[in-house]
Design a protein around this ligand. Sequence first.
Ligand SMILES: [Zn+2]
Ligand SMILES: [Zn+2]
Length: 240
Amino acid sequence: MLARPNFLGGIASLLYPPSCTICSASVEPGEYLCEECGSKVSRIAPPFCSKCSEPFDGAITTQFACANCAHRKIYFETAVSAYRARGIVRHVILNFKYGRQIHLRHLVARWLRAAFDDPRLRDRHFDAIVPVPLHPARERERGFNQAALLAEWLSERLSLPLRPALERVHYTMTQTAFDRAERMQNLRGAFRLRKKADVRSLRVLLIDDVLTTGSTLSECARVLKEAGAQSVHAATAARA
Ligand SMILES: [Zn+2]
Ligand SMILES: [Zn+2]
Protein backbone atom coordinates (compact mmCIF):
# COMPACT_ATOMS: atom_id res chain seq x y z
CA MET A 1 0.00 0.00 0.00
CA LEU A 2 2.78 2.39 0.89
CA ALA A 3 4.64 1.85 -2.37
CA ARG A 4 1.76 3.02 -4.46
CA PRO A 5 1.84 6.80 -3.84
CA ASN A 6 5.63 6.78 -4.29
CA PHE A 7 5.30 4.86 -7.50
CA LEU A 8 2.68 7.29 -8.80
CA GLY A 9 4.77 10.20 -7.55
CA GLY A 10 7.69 8.83 -9.54
CA ILE A 11 5.60 8.70 -12.69
CA ALA A 12 4.30 12.21 -12.08
CA SER A 13 7.85 13.56 -11.86
CA LEU A 14 8.65 11.91 -15.20
CA LEU A 15 5.56 13.39 -16.79
CA TYR A 16 5.98 16.75 -15.10
CA PRO A 17 9.69 17.47 -14.65
CA PRO A 18 10.34 20.06 -11.91
CA SER A 19 9.79 23.58 -13.15
CA CYS A 20 10.08 27.10 -11.77
CA THR A 21 6.87 28.03 -9.98
CA ILE A 22 7.03 31.54 -11.48
CA CYS A 23 8.22 31.16 -15.09
CA SER A 24 8.03 27.38 -15.67
CA ALA A 25 11.71 27.11 -16.71
CA SER A 26 13.05 23.69 -15.78
CA VAL A 27 14.83 23.44 -12.44
CA GLU A 28 16.73 20.82 -10.45
CA PRO A 29 14.64 18.38 -8.44
CA GLY A 30 13.87 19.91 -5.04
CA GLU A 31 14.04 23.46 -6.38
CA TYR A 32 11.02 25.70 -6.86
CA LEU A 33 12.58 28.75 -8.53
CA CYS A 34 14.98 29.02 -11.45
CA GLU A 35 18.17 30.97 -10.91
CA GLU A 36 16.81 34.09 -12.53
CA CYS A 37 13.60 34.18 -10.48
CA GLY A 38 15.55 33.22 -7.36
CA SER A 39 17.82 36.23 -7.87
CA LYS A 40 14.80 38.57 -7.80
CA VAL A 41 13.78 37.56 -4.29
CA SER A 42 14.47 40.54 -2.03
CA ARG A 43 16.42 39.75 1.09
CA ILE A 44 16.27 42.18 4.00
CA ALA A 45 19.63 43.72 4.77
CA PRO A 46 20.55 45.93 7.73
CA PRO A 47 19.88 48.55 8.89
CA PHE A 48 16.48 47.52 10.20
CA CYS A 49 14.37 48.01 13.29
CA SER A 50 15.75 45.81 16.07
CA LYS A 51 12.22 45.01 17.22
CA CYS A 52 10.26 44.24 14.03
CA SER A 53 12.94 44.12 11.28
CA GLU A 54 11.45 47.00 9.29
CA PRO A 55 14.28 47.90 6.91
CA PHE A 56 15.56 51.42 6.47
CA ASP A 57 17.51 53.08 3.74
CA GLY A 58 20.72 54.70 4.77
CA ALA A 59 23.55 53.95 7.10
CA ILE A 60 22.34 53.70 10.67
CA THR A 61 24.79 51.71 12.75
CA THR A 62 23.25 51.98 16.20
CA GLN A 63 20.36 49.82 17.43
CA PHE A 64 17.06 51.54 16.91
CA ALA A 65 13.31 50.94 16.90
CA CYS A 66 11.13 52.18 14.05
CA ALA A 67 8.26 54.64 14.58
CA ASN A 68 5.84 51.73 14.38
CA CYS A 69 7.47 50.06 17.39
CA ALA A 70 8.54 53.10 19.38
CA HIS A 71 5.00 54.30 20.07
CA ARG A 72 3.17 51.19 21.17
CA LYS A 73 3.52 48.29 23.52
CA ILE A 74 4.94 45.29 21.71
CA TYR A 75 4.90 42.00 23.57
CA PHE A 76 7.41 39.96 21.58
CA GLU A 77 11.15 40.45 22.16
CA THR A 78 11.87 40.66 18.46
CA ALA A 79 10.33 39.54 15.14
CA VAL A 80 12.76 38.48 12.46
CA SER A 81 12.13 38.05 8.73
CA ALA A 82 14.84 37.58 6.15
CA TYR A 83 12.70 38.51 3.12
CA ARG A 84 10.30 41.17 1.96
CA ALA A 85 6.80 40.02 1.06
CA ARG A 86 6.97 41.62 -2.37
CA GLY A 87 7.09 40.44 -5.96
CA ILE A 88 8.01 36.78 -6.20
CA VAL A 89 7.97 36.18 -2.44
CA ARG A 90 4.48 37.60 -2.12
CA HIS A 91 3.27 35.66 -5.16
CA VAL A 92 4.63 32.35 -3.84
CA ILE A 93 3.16 32.90 -0.36
CA LEU A 94 -0.26 33.76 -1.80
CA ASN A 95 -0.20 30.64 -3.98
CA PHE A 96 0.82 28.56 -0.98
CA LYS A 97 -1.90 30.02 1.26
CA TYR A 98 -4.85 30.55 -1.02
CA GLY A 99 -3.99 28.53 -4.12
CA ARG A 100 -3.73 25.22 -2.25
CA GLN A 101 -0.21 24.74 -3.55
CA ILE A 102 0.91 23.06 -0.39
CA HIS A 103 4.17 21.82 -1.96
CA LEU A 104 5.34 25.47 -1.88
CA ARG A 105 5.64 25.17 1.91
CA HIS A 106 9.19 23.88 1.38
CA LEU A 107 10.23 27.05 -0.40
CA VAL A 108 8.42 29.32 2.07
CA ALA A 109 9.92 27.38 4.98
CA ARG A 110 13.43 27.89 3.58
CA TRP A 111 12.78 31.63 3.64
CA LEU A 112 11.61 31.24 7.21
CA ARG A 113 14.75 29.33 8.15
CA ALA A 114 16.88 32.13 6.70
CA ALA A 115 15.66 34.24 9.65
CA PHE A 116 18.00 32.13 11.80
CA ASP A 117 21.03 33.62 10.06
CA ASP A 118 20.16 36.74 12.07
CA PRO A 119 22.18 37.06 15.30
CA ARG A 120 18.97 37.94 17.18
CA LEU A 121 17.84 34.31 16.70
CA ARG A 122 20.93 32.35 15.72
CA ASP A 123 22.50 31.56 19.08
CA ARG A 124 19.33 31.52 21.09
CA HIS A 125 17.75 28.48 22.71
CA PHE A 126 14.06 27.83 22.43
CA ASP A 127 11.95 25.36 24.37
CA ALA A 128 8.93 25.37 22.09
CA ILE A 129 7.80 26.37 18.62
CA VAL A 130 4.28 27.81 18.61
CA PRO A 131 2.44 28.55 15.35
CA VAL A 132 0.03 31.49 15.11
CA PRO A 133 -3.35 29.72 14.99
CA LEU A 134 -6.13 30.16 12.47
CA HIS A 135 -9.75 30.16 13.50
CA PRO A 136 -11.07 26.58 13.01
CA ALA A 137 -13.67 27.82 10.49
CA ARG A 138 -10.98 29.49 8.41
CA GLU A 139 -8.73 26.45 8.67
CA ARG A 140 -11.55 24.24 7.37
CA GLU A 141 -12.12 26.67 4.52
CA ARG A 142 -8.40 26.76 3.60
CA GLY A 143 -7.74 23.12 4.33
CA PHE A 144 -4.69 23.82 6.51
CA ASN A 145 -3.01 26.41 8.69
CA GLN A 146 0.02 27.74 6.82
CA ALA A 147 1.76 28.82 10.04
CA ALA A 148 1.31 25.32 11.49
CA LEU A 149 2.83 23.70 8.37
CA LEU A 150 5.83 26.04 8.56
CA ALA A 151 6.24 25.48 12.30
CA GLU A 152 6.11 21.71 11.76
CA TRP A 153 8.79 21.91 9.06
CA LEU A 154 11.02 24.02 11.29
CA SER A 155 10.47 21.90 14.37
CA GLU A 156 11.72 18.83 12.48
CA ARG A 157 14.82 20.59 11.16
CA LEU A 158 15.75 22.35 14.39
CA SER A 159 14.71 19.39 16.59
CA LEU A 160 12.58 21.63 18.77
CA PRO A 161 9.25 20.58 20.21
CA LEU A 162 6.20 21.82 18.34
CA ARG A 163 3.57 23.11 20.75
CA PRO A 164 0.38 24.44 19.20
CA ALA A 165 -0.38 26.19 22.49
CA LEU A 166 -2.69 28.89 21.15
CA GLU A 167 -6.12 28.87 19.62
CA ARG A 168 -8.01 31.53 17.79
CA VAL A 169 -11.42 32.13 19.24
CA HIS A 170 -12.69 35.02 17.13
CA TYR A 171 -13.22 34.86 13.44
CA THR A 172 -11.87 38.37 12.98
CA MET A 173 -12.64 40.39 9.94
CA THR A 174 -9.84 40.65 7.46
CA GLN A 175 -7.25 43.03 8.84
CA THR A 176 -6.27 44.75 5.64
CA ALA A 177 -8.90 47.51 5.82
CA PHE A 178 -7.79 48.63 9.27
CA ASP A 179 -5.12 51.01 10.40
CA ARG A 180 -2.69 49.98 13.11
CA ALA A 181 -4.76 51.02 16.12
CA GLU A 182 -7.86 49.35 14.69
CA ARG A 183 -5.93 46.15 14.07
CA MET A 184 -4.85 45.99 17.69
CA GLN A 185 -8.41 46.61 18.83
CA ASN A 186 -9.77 44.05 16.37
CA LEU A 187 -7.37 41.42 17.74
CA ARG A 188 -8.10 41.91 21.43
CA GLY A 189 -9.34 38.59 22.76
CA ALA A 190 -8.82 36.85 19.41
CA PHE A 191 -6.38 34.31 20.88
CA ARG A 192 -6.24 32.22 24.01
CA LEU A 193 -4.20 29.45 25.49
CA ARG A 194 -5.48 25.99 24.57
CA LYS A 195 -6.88 23.87 27.37
CA LYS A 196 -4.04 21.88 28.98
CA ALA A 197 -1.36 23.84 27.15
CA ASP A 198 1.41 24.86 29.52
CA VAL A 199 3.98 27.43 28.47
CA ARG A 200 5.16 28.45 31.94
CA SER A 201 8.82 29.50 31.95
CA LEU A 202 9.25 28.44 28.31
CA ARG A 203 11.33 30.37 25.81
CA VAL A 204 8.92 30.42 22.91
CA LEU A 205 9.56 30.79 19.21
CA LEU A 206 6.39 32.06 17.57
CA ILE A 207 5.91 31.32 13.86
CA ASP A 208 3.79 32.94 11.16
CA ASP A 209 4.08 33.21 7.37
CA VAL A 210 4.04 37.00 7.04
CA LEU A 211 4.43 39.95 9.39
CA THR A 212 2.29 42.88 8.29
CA THR A 213 2.20 45.32 11.21
CA GLY A 214 3.26 42.90 13.94
CA SER A 215 -0.11 43.23 15.71
CA THR A 216 -0.98 39.53 15.43
CA LEU A 217 2.42 38.40 16.71
CA SER A 218 2.28 40.93 19.53
CA GLU A 219 -1.18 39.82 20.61
CA CYS A 220 -0.11 36.14 20.55
CA ALA A 221 2.99 37.05 22.56
CA ARG A 222 0.84 38.90 25.08
CA VAL A 223 -1.31 35.80 25.66
CA LEU A 224 1.76 33.54 25.92
CA LYS A 225 3.44 35.83 28.43
CA GLU A 226 0.30 36.20 30.47
CA ALA A 227 0.32 32.38 30.61
CA GLY A 228 3.85 32.46 32.00
CA ALA A 229 6.14 32.20 28.95
CA GLN A 230 9.60 33.47 29.85
CA SER A 231 10.24 35.05 26.43
CA VAL A 232 8.64 35.17 23.00
CA HIS A 233 10.70 35.65 19.87
CA ALA A 234 9.00 35.56 16.49
CA ALA A 235 10.12 34.49 13.04
CA THR A 236 8.20 34.84 9.79
CA ALA A 237 9.03 33.82 6.22
CA ALA A 238 8.59 37.41 5.06
CA ARG A 239 7.46 40.84 6.16
CA ALA A 240 5.42 43.49 4.43
ZN1 LIG B 1 11.80 31.25 -13.10
ZN1 LIG C 1 9.83 48.22 14.28
